[in-house]
Design a protein around this ligand. Structure first.
Ligand SMILES: *Cc1c(COP(=O)(O)O)cnc(C)c1O
Length: 366
């Protein structure tokens, strides 16, 4: 079965072998060395002065960023399930917030944010880089610079779980950048990451709150190359191996390859009659509108051994999503669009003529 869901993504055999080595204790010089190297590589990948490694799924980092940086009132951008999650977290901690809500195919309108910010006393803004539930790419860089131009005290928090390792993000005006192990970093779930700006670091001691997700406690420990609590040791070992490989290949080369696969897939999909779901598509996935999405997904799985993801909530049965993050094999990616075209023939929607395969190859190997 080819796993083409937008997270979890497949983990390479070499990385799995690295994680399968006998366990080591985390309070040792051996682990501290690994931890230090991992943090240094992460700082390069994030292009930020400081990075924290938390042992939890991505949502743990979302929670830590809300409890730490939203003290007065937060503005939350909601174009889908993950934006909504920021709001649910704020609500659960009785943190005041406003929400700018859009359809799941619609990116944030910066003018809406502008008018909310000038009218309210926000201390933080929360947004996804890519809202994975519909595959929308928010204009995060422009949003962040607009916010900082109006009020540079506002913390800009961006959830980049489906963007880091996929595309270059301009972090000039971003204070907190969040990632997780199971998407573009192609590892099993269990580790979340937080990149921090100098501005976020400046007040961290006074802002940090809570116990397990106390970022000041973590920062103090992580600067000494250890963690506050027992970390997900084997995933961190895998993370170091992944990042070393990223660096060898070159971050820019990874972004370039992902962009090409993403564009070739989107073009092939449109050629065979589909419409993309988002008004502005992210690089990390191809999100496709189809009233037959559920049938397409099950036919692909049963007959062609391709696992895609469907939609959630009101988009269940309305879209299917193809992953481009992590270690995507080009020949498998070609097979995916070919198999989708075969499926359309099986379902008597469109006769097969190899057009998807042709378009993909023409673009990718141009
Ligand atoms: C996957 C994902 C998360 C994290 O979800 P977890 O299940 O907690 O790992 C957060 N935000 C986005 C945009 C995601 O795609």
């Amino acid at each position: 079965m080819l796993l083409f869901t937008p997270g979890p993504t497949p983990t390479k055999e070499a990385i799995r072998n690295e994680m399968a080595k006998p366990s080591i204790h985390h309070r040792t010089p051996e682990f501290s060395l690994i931890f230090n190297e991992t943090r240094d590589l992460l700082k390069e990948l994030f292009d930020m002065p400081e990075v924290l490694i938390l042992s939890c799924s991505g949502t743990g980092a979302l929670e830590a960023s809300v409890t730490t940086f939203a003290k007065k009132k937060a503005l939350i951008i909601n174009s889908g399930k993950f934006g909504e999650r920021f709001s649910k977290i704020a609500k659960s901690f009785n943190i005041e917030y406003d929400e700018l809500k859009y359809d799941w195919n619609t990116p944030v309108d910066i003018d809406d944010v502008k008018s909310m910010i000038v009218k309210n006393d926000y201390d933080s803004v929360f947004v996804q880089v890519c809202e994975s539930s519909g595959g929308v790419r928010h204009p995060v860089e422009k949003l962040a610079s607009t916010i900082k131009n109006i009020n540079s005290d506002i913390y800009v928090v961006a959830d980049a779980i489906t963007a880091i390792g996929v595309e270059k993000i301009d972090v000039t005006n971003i204070d907190v950048l969040i990632s997780g192990s199971q998407k573009a970093l192609a590892l099993p779930p269990g580790v979340a990451l937080l990149g921090l700006s100098n501005y976020a670091l400046k007040n961290l001691d006074t802002l940090a709150t809570g116990f397990y997700f106390n970022l000041a406690t973590e920062l103090k420990k992580q600067k000494q190359n250890t963690t506050a609590w027992t970390p997900a040791i084997s995933i961190i070992i895998g993370l170091r191996a992944v990042l070393k490989e990223f660096k060898e290949i070159g971050f820019e080369n990874i972004y370039e390859k992902t962009k090409k696969i993403s564009y070739a897939t989107k073009s092939a999909i449109k050629t065979i009659g589909f419409e993309l779901y988002p008004k502005k598509s992210a690089v990390c996935m191809t999100s496709v509108k189809s009233p037959r999405a559920s049938d397409i997904i099950s036919q692909l799985k049963v007959k062609y051994e391709v696992a895609l993801a469907g939609g959630q909530d009101h988009l269940k049965g309305e879209i299917f999503r193809i992953n481009h993050m992590g270690d995507v094999n080009i020949h498998e990616a070609v097979w995916v669009v070919n198999a989708i075209e075969l499926t359309l023939d099986d379902m008597n929607i469109r006769p097969f003529n190899g057009e998807a395969n042709k378009v993909f190859n023409e673009i990718y190997f141009a």
